[in-house]
Design a protein around this ligand. Structure first.
Ligand code: AVJ
Length: 321
C-alpha cells in the first residue's frame, strides 16, 4: 500500500479514536449515562453483530431477506425499466444488495459507508459477482448529505436503506436523516427502506437478549473497548446486559447495568455507578405501517408501496421523493 494511503487511513483512525473518546467522556458525565450505538462496531463488535443476525431469536435479518426475495419481481416492476443508480446507505457487508441488484435494472452501484475497510471488501465481492456493473464507493458518514460521483448524474436514483437501521435514531434525527437522503438523491428519486414492526414485548426482548448471550457479549464489548482503547478500568465482571421495551417510545433499549456500586477511570477521569445504574447504549425503534409512513412523509418521502411478511414482523417500504 502506498505510504500516502496508509497515512490517510491512520489519520482517519486517529479522528475516530478522538470522537470515540469524546462521546464516551461526554456520555459518562451525563446524569443519565449514554453512549451512541455506532461505537458497538469495532472489528469484534461487527463480528458479533454478524453472529446476532444468524440467531434463532433475531428475526429481522432473515425476515427482511425473505420479504426482498418474495417481492423482488414486484419491486422490479414498480421501479420500472429505466436503469437506476442504486445508492446504499451504511452498506456495511452489503449482503442484501444482490437481492435488489438482481431485481431491477442497475446503471451503477454507490455504497456509502463510514468504514472504508469494510467498504472495499464488500465492493470486491460485488465486483466479482457483477463484473459489468460500475461501482463507486463513497467513504462517508451517511447521515451527512453526500455528493454523488459525477459519472452517475444522468440516471434516476434508488436509495437502499435496509436492516431497520433507521430504528437506531430518535424520530427527530430519523426525519433529519431522511431529508438528508432526499438531498443526496434528489427529487423524484426512490427509496427502499426497512422498518422493524411493533410486536409482542416477549418476542422483542428475546431478540435483544438471546439465550446464547451473543447480544449480551455485543453490548458488553463496548465496555471492553473503552478499557482497551481509552485506558479504562471498568470492572467488566460487575456489568450486566439489559434489554428493555420502552412502550411509550415504542423502542427496545439496550443498557449496560452495574451489578454493584463501582468506580473506574477512563482517560484519567474518574466515574462512578451506583448498583443498578445503567449506561444506555442503544435504541431500536419499532414502527407500525402508519407511523412508518408518517416518518417518511416528515422526511420528504411519499410512501408508494409497503411489502411485508406473513407474520407482520418486518416491513420494507418503497417511497418516492
Ligand atoms: C443494526 C441497528 C438494525 O437495532 O436490531 C441488534 C442492531 N442491536 N441487536 C437492531 C442490534 C442489538 C440492529 N440494527
Amino acid at each position: 500500500m502506498a505510504t500516502a494511503v496508509r497515512d490517510l487511513i491512520d489519520a482517519s483512525r486517529d479522528t475516530l479514536r478522538a470522537q470515540f473518546r469524546r462521546d464516551v467522556l461526554t456520555g459518562l458525565s451525563q446524569p443519565r449515562k449514554a453512549i451512541p450505538a455506532r461505537w458497538f462496531y469495532d472489528h469484534r463488535g461487527s463480528e458479533l453483530f454478524e453472529e446476532i443476525t444468524r440467531l434463532p431469536e433475531y428475526y429481522p435479518t432473515r425476515t427482511e431477506t425473505g420479504i426482498l426475495m418474495a417481492h423482488a419481481t414486484r419491486i422490479g416492476r414498480m421501479v420500472g425499466s429505466k436503469h437506476h443508480v442504486v445508492v446504499e446507505f451504511g452498506a456495511g457487508s452489503a449482503t442484501k444488495t444482490p437481492l435488489l441488484l438482481d431485481a431491477i435494472w442497475t446503471a451503477a452501484y454507490v455504497p456509502i459507508d463510514i468504514s472504508g475497510e469494510f467498504l472495499s471488501e464488500s465492493c470486491e465481492a460485488l465486483a466479482t459477482r457483477y463484473p459489468d456493473l460500475p461501482i463507486y464507493p463513497v467513504e462517508a458518514d451517511f447521515s451527512l448529505p453526500a455528493t454523488l460521483p459525477a459519472e452517475v448524474a444522468s440516471h434516476p436514483r434508488l436509495g437502499f436503506f435496509p436492516g431497520s437501521t433507521i430504528g437506531n435514531m430518535e424520530p427527530m434525527a430519523a426525519a433529519d436523516l431522511l431529508r438528508s437522503m432526499r438531498r443526496t438523491l434528489g427529487a423524484g428519486s426512490l427509496l427502499l427502506i426497512g422498518f422493524d414492526r411493533i410486536k409482542g414485548e416477549a418476542e422483542l426482548v428475546c431478540a435483544y437478549d438471546d439465550a446464547q448471550g451473543v447480544t449480551a457479549a455485543f453490548n458488553l464489548n463496548l465496555a471492553a473497548r473503552i478499557n482497551s482503547e481509552l485506558g479504562g478500568t471498568i470492572p467488566l465482571d460487575a456489568l450486566a446486559h439489559r434489554a428493555v421495551w420502552n412502550d411509550e417510545r415504542a423502542r427496545i433499549e439496550m443498557h449496560i447495568a452495574a451489578k454493584r456500586p463501582i468506580e473506574f477511570d477512563v482517560c484519567g477521569r474518574r466515574f462512578a455507578m451506583a448498583a443498578d445504574e445503567t449506561i444506555h447504549t442503544e435504541n431500536s425503534h419499532k414502527y407500525d405501517p402508519r407511523s412508518a409512513d408518517t416518518l417518511l412523509l416528515a422526511g420528504g418521502w411519499e410512501p408508494v408501496q409497503g411489502f411485508g411478511d406473513a407474520d407482520d414482523k418486518f416491513m420494507v417500504i418503497l417511497a418516492r421523493a
